[in-house]
Design a protein around this ligand. Structure first.
Ligand SMILES: Nc1ncnc2c1ncn2[C@@H]1O[C@H](COP(=O)(O)OP(=O)(O)OP(=O)(O)O)[C@@H](O)[C@H]1O
Length: 655
């Protein structure tokens, strides 16, 4: 009887691996928690009441994408339902003819027209089924694509600060499960609608034979419905409880299949840990599946017993009607056929409706994510940034990351004039990258202002802010596409021009490297693909430079650009950054720990614990006795022996 109780979210037992790798049981996903309670309370009738609303939602989306296909689909289903009714009527006529008095040959001739029309109805149903398959193949991908595009388009426009908020992030990420839900719901609704039509046809035929038979049909159906709802609710409760467990296993084993899997997987034996965890945690999950399977079997037995009893009662009713003369033998034969068909349709309707409800939860997640994304999207419009160059001014800027308990930047005021190289220096965590992100317009300050040519970023058309900036960071984004496309993506808004890609690559000193690859510019920068290749860290850094040069904007924000470069390449890189400003309009905001490279910057800003503590040229800062910059510089310089000519660029020898 325990199995018949209202299902609840089960608490997963902790496997050894779960304890070892996650220090306890995995937290339940809140998105699922939101659904679980209403779902567990949901009855079949409340589901049935919501069915028309769901149908309207998916029909509206399908209509928007391909009205013709939807019209054909609905039309084909209606005709298919009519064919089912027609088939049952034909069967009845055949049976009436066969059970009448007279010689067998006459009876067969009498039954022939109904036999032929029944056969025609059957063939028509088959053809309509084929038509439905064809139309579905045309409509479904369009719907899936439309939902996926709407979701990804919105996600790509969400403010960075919102993306980093854990609650927002969780809801945004949950939406991805709904991108193919409309397609699945439409698929299920096709089955539900055609099942309902066939069911109605069978019920109408049964009612015409004897009204009591419709009641018998309802009695046969009810336990099946009950069983399906109980099984579905139990599965939901379980899924709700195990969702993080399942996600953790997926995330754990993902690196094992990647061609560029980390060397630690092999050398450190991390692969063994992961495989063992997958087995161990998988075994715990399998126990839950077994529990569900046993419970489902018990529910099925109860539902089948009750439904079978109702069926026996229905046949007893038919028997009584026959014996008492209330129904001719032919009608009873049709009734048996109709009851058999109707119970099949019923099972389909119930199962597919359950499926639709499951998908509707995912669809709700997706719609909520899109709405949330809209609420936190980078605003469209605003004041355009005037002029061509960029004069950036920060006034009393403070910034705190979402969820952080202290400011990453406090009261920073500085300028980045056009045509200058401006260096940002400071210890790890002093706020350099944060400041650069604010300058780029990726975050809005929580206090103070950042302005471009006199227009505050907060009020500016953010597109026009982004349009002035080229980014180059230490970890160059390695997109899984060709090397050529990896350069072009720096300015994806304009068509790819091969000469421009090559010119940028030439300046970034990467052209010969790329052209010597087996597939040259068409090499795909990820292993495991056709034409796949792997670039070294330094080569990627140069591709990143080529990307920024190809973009060619007024303000270049460069964060630790030389971390992966050899000494010669490092010097060339710093020189070429300086050359960028030769036009007097292009500026460079350079973040680096290589203080030898900052010596030639026009302005150096020194950050410490989020505050601007010193600024000026290298000479100005070195002149400050006990100055922070001077201290850092001398510390670094003390690690290297200076070149004989006094150049401080190339570290040559460790002390
Ligand atoms: N996305 C983030 N969310 C929350 N805190 C962050 C985030 N990024 C950085 N921080 C915190 O903000 C502070 C400044 O970090 P930031 O990355 O700007 O320092 P940095 O000077 O660039 O450091 P490094 O030299 O190590 O690159 C640090 O305390 C860091 O932990």
């Amino acid at each position: 009887m325990k199995l018949l109780r209202k299902p609840t979210a089960t608490q997963p037992p902790i496997s050894k691996s779960e304890q070892l790798l996650f220090s306890g049981t995995l937290r339940h996903d809140k998105t699922w928690a939101q659904h679980a309670d209403p779902l567990l309370r949901m009855s079949f009738w409340s589901m049935a009441r919501q069915f028309p609303t769901m149908l309207t939602v998916i029909a509206r989306i399908a209509w928007r994408e391909d009205p013709r296909a939807l019209a054909v689909l609905v039309g084909a289903q209606v005709v298919s339902g009519v064919m089912t009714a027609f088939l049952l009527v034909s069967i009845n006529q055949v049976l009436v003819a066969l059970f009448s008095n007279g010689p067998t040959s006459d009876k067969l001739w009498d039954a022939l027209p109904a036999l032929l029309s029944g056969g025609a109805a059957s063939s028509a149903s088959v053809l309509l089924g084929c038509l439905i398959v064809k139309v579905e193949a045309r409509l479904y991908p369009k719907i899936e694509l439309a939902c996926g595009s709407a979701y990804y388009e919105m996600m790509s426009r969400v403010e960075m600060a919102a993306m980093e908020d854990k609650d927002i992030q969780r809801k945004l990420a949950a939406g991805i499960n709904g991108t193919d839900s409309v397609r699945r719901m439409l698929d299920s609704s096709v089955w539900v609608v055609s099942g309902l039509m066939s069911l109605t046809a069978a019920a109408v035929v049964l009612a015409s034979l004897h009204p009591l038979l419709v009641g018998a049909l309802a009695l046969i159906a009810a336990p099946r419905w009950w069983g399906a709802v109980v099984v579905m609710r139990r599965a939901y409760a379980s899924r709700h409880a195990w969702i993080d467990h399942a996600r953790a296993v997926d995330v754990l084993i993902y690196p094992i299949t990647r061609a560029d899997a980390t060397p630690e997987l092999r050398v450190h034996g991390a692969g063994r840990v992961l495989v063992h965890a997958q087995k161990d945690m998988g075994a715990t999950a399998a126990k839950e599946k077994e529990r569900l399977g046993t419970a489902e079997a018990v529910t099925e037995i109860i539902a089948a017993t009750m439904s079978g009893t109702a069926r026996v009662l229905a046949y007893a009713l038919l028997w009584w009607l026959l014996v008492s003369g209330g129904m001719p033998l032919a009608a009873a034969g049709t009734a048996v056929f109709a009851i058999r068909n109707a119970t099949g349709y019923l099972n389909t309707v119930v199962n597919q409706m359950n499926q639709m409800f499951e998908e509707s939860l995912y669809l709700t997640d997706m719609n909520n994510a899109i709405k949330l994304g809209k609420d936190h999207a980078i605003p469209v419009g605003g004041a355009p940034v005037p002029g061509t160059g960029v004069d950036v001014v920060l006034r009393d800027v403070s910034f705190r990351y979402p969820g952080a308990d202290k400011d990453a930047l406090v009261g920073v005021s500085l300028t980045i004039p056009p045509g200058k190289v401006v260096a940002l220096v400071g210890e790890n965590g002093s706020g350099k990258t944060t400041l650069a992100a604010l300058v780029a317009g990726l975050y809005l300050p929580t206090g103070g202002t950042v302005s471009y040519n006199g227009v505050e970023v907060r009020d500016a058309d953010r597109e026009s802010v982004f349009d002035r900036v080229a980014l180059l960071s230490q970890s160059v984004q390695a997109w899984p596409m060709t090397v050529k496309a990896n350069v072009h993506i720096g300015d994806g808004g304009r068509p790819l021009v091969q000469e421009d890609v090559e010119a940028a690559a030439e300046r970034a000193d990467v052209r010969t490297i790329v052209e010597e690859l087996p597939h040259g510019w068409d090499s795909i920068a990820i292993k495991g693909f056709e034409r796949g290749t792997k670039l070294s860290g330094g080569q990627w850094q140069r591709v990143g430079v080529a990307r920024a040069l190809y973009r060619g904007r007024a303000l270049n924000i460069v964060d630790e650009p030389t971390a992966a470069l050899d000494p010669r390449a490092e010097i060339e890189m710093f020189e070429s950054l300086h050359e960028l400003t030769d036009d007097g309009a292009t500026s460079v905001l350079l973040i680096t720990h290589r203080l030898a490279a900052t010596a030639s910057a026009d302005i150096i800003y020194v950050l410490h614990e989020g505050r601007l503590i010193e600024s000026g040229s290298h000479g100005d800062l070195m002149a400050i006795k006990d100055g922070h910059y001077r201290g850092l510089y001398e510390l670094q310089a003390s690690q290297y022996a200076a070149e004989a000519d006094g150049a401080t660029k190339v570290p040559t020898q460790r002390r």
